[in-house]
Unconditional design. Sequence first.
Length: 366
Amino acid sequence: MADQPQKEQLLALRDRIDALDADIGKLISERARCAQQVADVKNASGDGEVLYYRPEREAQVLRKAMERNQGPLSDEEMARLFREIMSACLALEQPIKVAYLGPEGTFTQQAALKHFGASAVTKPFSAIDEVFREVEAGAVNYGVVPVENSTEGVVSHTLDNFMNSNLKICGEVELRVHHNLVVSSVTNVNSISRIYSHGQSLAQCRKWLDAHYPKAERIAVSSNAEAARRIRGEWNAAAIAPTQAAELYELEIIADKIEDQPDNSTRFLIIGAEEVEPSGDDKTSILVAMRNQPGALHNLLEPFHRNEIDLTRVETRPSRTGVWTYVFFVDFNGHQKDPVVRETLDEVSARVADLKVLGAYPKAVL
Ligand SMILES: O=C(O)C(=O)C[C@]1(C(=O)O)C=C[C@@H](O)C=C1
């Protein structure tokens, strides 16, 4: 093959790719027909609401795709391809509707796409409360909201919503977050005196802004995408925004990856009406209300420690009822249906004023 002219080599390789694509196409169609049959089985046995989207099964499919992978594609790349195939298969069963904290171009939209794939129908809402409300009303199947950022900590508004909601957490998404400084076609880049962004993004780029634009006024707006939209009419303004928002609003990136922490990432939660079955590698999130008394936190955490359950996050919020001084959000490894988790939760329940399981769900795969 080495002595064949380049043109012939390319022709031969492309013939091979065409043949492989034909096989892949046939297999994808066969898989899609299987998914249709899965839907028929679910419909036939469905008394009550039929669950088409099965987060635990999706996590298993993606994990298997990664385990099987022998390269040269990376495990993540392979899983992403399967993510899209499954998204298209699910759309054949039921076109899934997902509300997210918008507007278009936000990191939350990226998280929704990463988790549900491109065949889901996604709809932006302007506040976290609205995303909760849409899912509660059944207007959409699921919602996506940010919950914590590795630089700035917790998104308290999301946690507060769980206090008054019966929705369940049915998944999590992690996203590496890169920020860019963007300008519009009318911006005079030498006289930038205002920089718009979401408060958390401004905070995540604080050092960079101090070094490069110490005099510019920093203006917090409702989202990065809103910041990107705003500067289109302002000659002396720039915005901090994700690449997607820059593309959507036709803005120019004049500095990229300006976040202070290079491993800056955000975690998002998928909220829905149903509980999720164990996938084999899960997390559980609980909300606990406790009286203000000495040793209260130790009392809460001790059973987890004794039963060797790893806590992944403990967050405190002021309770709104006034009766309980503390409300804790606790995440740990394991599923609420695991016997050891069940026993631990029973024990903890007996020690606190109130305990609510917010959800047990597969750990983020991608
Ligand atoms: O296994 C199922 O229950 C399916 O519906 C099939 C399938 C898939 O394409 O693999 C599709 C959607 C579900 O969310 C999970 C998996």
